[in-house]
Design a protein around this ligand. Structure first.
Ligand code: PLP
Length: 423
């Protein structure tokens, strides 16, 4: 399709958009009385209007039933989290029993590493991407130290090539090869938070497994954004937060995936607690731990219901729309945004450089050469919510659930004014 950088054209795309009606299922913040153009769904997704009902229901059950709510609430609390597994499994391409919801992302990565990072004298190295998300770096370093190892000789980073902004799959594979028998774990952000790159998870997982390592993925920027087939790819484990593309609310519950081959086993090292033991015998309060036969075996505490409830609300929407439709719109709206950027670039004779490679999801990371922080401030003041990373990269993630093509057009116009410096 030949795109045009006009309001009428953008509006015609919106009219044809089968997901257009979902915009109204979310609350938009306002600047100067006008709904913002929201590009930070990769950081904190907007609030679905139905989320409050789910939270209110819990508050009401607590008010009226108190402790009895564990068993007699509208959605009983003791197994509330189980309701999320089936819809979430579809989002990440897993079997229902492979998915659970608990804690928060970094906590879950730590817990999963208890099971899947088991260094030996010979096999102890961890492979990750250079400049991984800071929390992941701290997680790696502290895990390594807990095992009495030295991070500098244990953590191996795949680097980008000089002058390039993305990682090459062949370089990841070469590193796996090079580390060989010493490789204990491959754990990479499946979608990089900075450049928006989608890693070839299938190929890398296969290579890591062949080298004899465990392979896991941090899917903070992947879940609800890209097509995932964790089970089919043979991924050992994964975890993601729910507040980015999954719209569950700030700091809310994280999801985990554990491959079926590790389920219903008592011989897996794991940090355990009462919510991971079989629910049939849980309240007999016995000293023996009998793991739940699904990924819930990794649960430790009773679920944080108020953080799980809005995730369930959001998953209803994912269930309704499906990843296929979301991805179709995502591809189109990101292409349109790319087109608009190209058109504005010509008009202002600036040099935008999109550093996101073609293997991408929802996010475009753009170098605004010659522009600085004042442009970012201008955008924010004029109702464009985006984020700025030093030196001068803006990350634009038009979430397909609620962003419109008209938003992309309007953004282009505001960007132009911001650069030309007049109204
Ligand atoms: C957002 C993000 C996190 C956040 O971790 P929390 O434990 O939820 O605070 C971790 N890793 C990556 C790659 C992220 O993008």
């Amino acid at each position: 399709m030949q795109f045009q950088n006009t309001l009428a054209f953008a509006q015609s795309l919106d009219r044809e958009d089968p997901l257009a009606k979902y915009r109204d299922a979310f609350y938009f913040p306002k600047v100067n009385g006008k709904e913002v153009i929201y590009f930070t769904g990769n950081s904190l997704g907007l609030q679905p209007k139905r989320s409050a009902n789910f939270v209110d229901e819990v508050m009401k059950d607590w008010k009226e039933l108190a402790v009895e709510g564990h068993f007699y609430a509208e959605k009983p609390w003791w197994d509330y989290h189980e309701r999320l597994a089936a819809p979430l499994a579809k989002v990440v391409g897993a079997k229902t029993e492979e998915v659970s919801v608990m804690n928060t992302l970094t906590v879950n990565l730590h817990l999963l590493l208890v099971s899947f990072y088991r260094p030996t004298k010979k096999r102890y190295k961890i492979l990750c991407e250079e400049k991984a998300f800071p929390s992941d770096q701290y997680m790696f370093q502290s895990q390594v130290k807990v095992h009495g190892l030295d991070p500098s000789t244990t953590i191996v980073e795949v680097k980008k090539r000089e002058g390039e902004h993305h990682w090459r799959t062949e370089d990841v594979l070469a590193k796996i090869d090079e580390i060989g028998d010493e490789l204990a774990l491959v754990l990479i952000g499946g979608v990089n938070y900075y450049n928006g790159q989608v890693f070839d998870m299938e190929t890398i997982t296969k290579a890591g497994k062949e080298a004899g390592a465990y392979v896991g993925w941090d899917l903070a920027h992947g879940a609800g954004n890209i097509e995932l087939k964790l089970n089919a790819w043979g991924v050992d484990f994964a975890a993601w937060c729910s507040y980015k593309y999954m719209n569950s609310g700030p700091g809310n519950a994280s999801g985990i995936y554990v491959n079926e081959q590790y389920l219903d086993r008592n011989d897996i090292p794991r940090f355990e607690g009462w919510w991971g033991t079989k629910k049939e015998t849980r309240f007999l309060m016995k000293p023996e731990f009998e793991p739940m036969e699904n990924a819930d075996a990794w649960q430790i505490s009773n679920a944080s219901i108020l953080s799980v409830a809005p995730y369930l609300a959001s998953l209803e929407l994912f269930e309704e729309v499906g990843m296929t439709a979301l991805i179709e719109k995502r591809n189109r709206i990101v292409s349109y945004l790319e087109f608009v950027l190209g058109e504005i670039d010509k008009e202002v004779e600036s040099t935008f450089e999109i550093i996101t490679p073609k293997d991408r999801g929802c996010q475009l990371s753009v170098f605004l050469h010659g522009e600085g922080r004042p442009l970012f401030d201008y955008l924010m003041k004029n109702g464009v919510i985006t984020d700025w990373r030093e030196p001068n990269v803006i990350r634009l993630a038009p979430a397909p659930f609620y962003c419109s093509y008209e938003d992309m057009y309007r953004f282009g116009q505001i960007l132009k004014k911001g650069i030309l410096g007049h109204d």
